[in-house]
Design a protein around this ligand. Structure first.
Ligand code: GUN
Length: 296
C-alpha cells in the first residue's frame, strides 16, 4: 500500500482563506478588525523567524498585528505589566507570548497572566481545564490543526484507536483530549512506554509528537493507519541539512493509509489555526457567531 499524502500546505491555505473571508465580513458588517498581539522576549533566532511569519500571516488575513519585542533581560514585572495592558486593550483579541522565555522568567506565571479569552495558544490553565472537561475553550493551535486534518480525512473519528506518542502540554496532552472528545479510544505513549512498537501497532490514528528525528519506523505502523507527524527536526545527512519528522517517512508511507509529510504537513496548519483562534476570540468577545469549521 502507498499512503495518501495529506497536503498540509493546501489545507492551511484553505483555512487561511476561510479566516480572511470571515474577517472581511466582520469588517464590512460590524466594523470590527480582529487584532493579534505577539510578544517576543530576547533574540532567539528561531523564535524571531516564527514571530515574523505570524505577523505577516496575520496581516495577510486582514487582521491587525501588534508586535512587542522586549530585551532578553526584561524583568518579570515589566512583562506582566505589558500583558496587563494587552488584556485591557479592546483592539487586541488574541495574545501570544512566544516560548521559550529566557530562564529568569517563570513561563507558567506569565502564560497564566494572559486573559483566558485572549489566550490564542490555549496554554492558560483555565483553557486546559475547559478542554479537559469538554467545555468551550481556546484550543492549542498544532493539535487543532491535526484534528482538522483527521476529521477531513476520516469524517467521523468515533471508535477509532488513537495513539499519541509524546506527552507535552503544547501538543501531546491537548491532542489526546481532542481525540477523546471525538470519541476515539486514546493512548498517550512516551519515551518510557513499555513495548512502544506494540502500542503503536494498535493505532488506527498514530500521532507522533516526540521531537526525535525519524524515531518511528514503518513496522510500528498498522497497515492502513493514518499517521500524523508533528515533528520538525533539523538534521544533517550526507553533508546536507534536512528537515525530518518524528516518523521514518518512506517506510511509514509504504504501510500507512494516509500520512502527513515533513515539511508541508502539520507545520503550516499551526499558524493557520492561530489565525482561526484569533478570529474565534474576536467573535466571542463581541458576542458574534463563531466561524464554522475553524474550532474544535
Ligand atoms: N514556541 C514554539 N511553538 C510555540 C507555540 O505554539 N506557541 C508559543 N507561544 N510559543 C511557541
Amino acid at each position: 500500500m502507498s499512503a495518501k499524502v495529506i497536503d498540509g500546505k493546501e489545507f492551511a491555505a484553505n483555512v487561511r482563506a476561510k479566516v480572511a473571508e470571515h474577517v472581511a465580513r466582520l469588517k464590512e458588517a460590524n466594523g470590527i478588525t480582529p487584532g493579534l498581539a505577539v510578544v517576543l522576549v530576547g533574540e532567539d533566532p528561531a523564535s524571531e523567524v516564527y514571530v515574523r511569519s505570524k505577523g505577516k500571516s496575520t496581516v495577510e488575513a486582514g487582521m491587525n498585528s501588534y508586535e512587542h519585542k522586549l530585551d532578553a533581560d526584561t524583568s518579570e514585572a515589566d512583562l506582566l505589566a505589558l500583558i496587563d495592558k494587552l488584556n485591557n486593550d479592546p483592539a487586541v483579541h488574541g495574545i501570544l507570548v512566544q516560548l521559550p522565555l529566557p530562564g529568569h522568567l517563570n513561563s507558567d506565571l506569565v502564560i497564566n497572566s494572559i486573559d483566558p479569552a485572549k489566550d490564542v495558544d490555549g496554554f492558560h490553565i483555565s483553557n486546559v481545564g475547559l478542554l479537559g472537561t469538554g467545555q468551550k475553550s481556546m484550543v492549542p493551535c498544532t493539535p487543532l490543526g491535526c484534528l482538522m486534518m483527521l476529521r477531513d480525512h476520516h469524517g467521523s473519528l468515533s471508535g477509532l484507536d488513537a495513539v499519541v506518542v509524546g506527552r507535552s502540554n503544547i501538543v501531546g496532552k491537548p491532542m489526546a483530549q481532542l481525540l477523546l472528545g471525538d470519541s476515539c479510544t486514546v493512548t498517550i505513549a512516551h519515551s518510557r512506554t513499555k513495548d512502544l512498537a506494540e502500542v503503536c501497532r494498535r493505532a488506527d490514528i498514530l500521532v507522533a509528537a516526540v521531537g526525535r528525528p525519524e524515531m518511528i519506523p514503518g513496522d510500528w505502523v498498522k497497515p492502513g493507519a493514518t499517521v500524523i507527524d508533528v515533528g520538525i527536526n533539523r538534521i544533517e545527512r550526507d553533508g546536507k541539512k534536512k528537515l525530518v519528522g518524528d516518523v521514518e517517512y518512506e517506510s511509514c508511507a509504504a504501510v500507512a493509509g494516509a500520512i502527513t509529510p515533513v515539511p508541508g504537513g502539520v507545520g503550516p496548519m499551526t499558524i493557520a489555526c492561530l489565525l482561526a483562534n484569533t478570529l474565534t476570540a474576536c467573535c466571542r468577545a463581541n458576542g458574534l457567531a463563531e466561524p464554522e469549521g475553524l474550532t474544535a
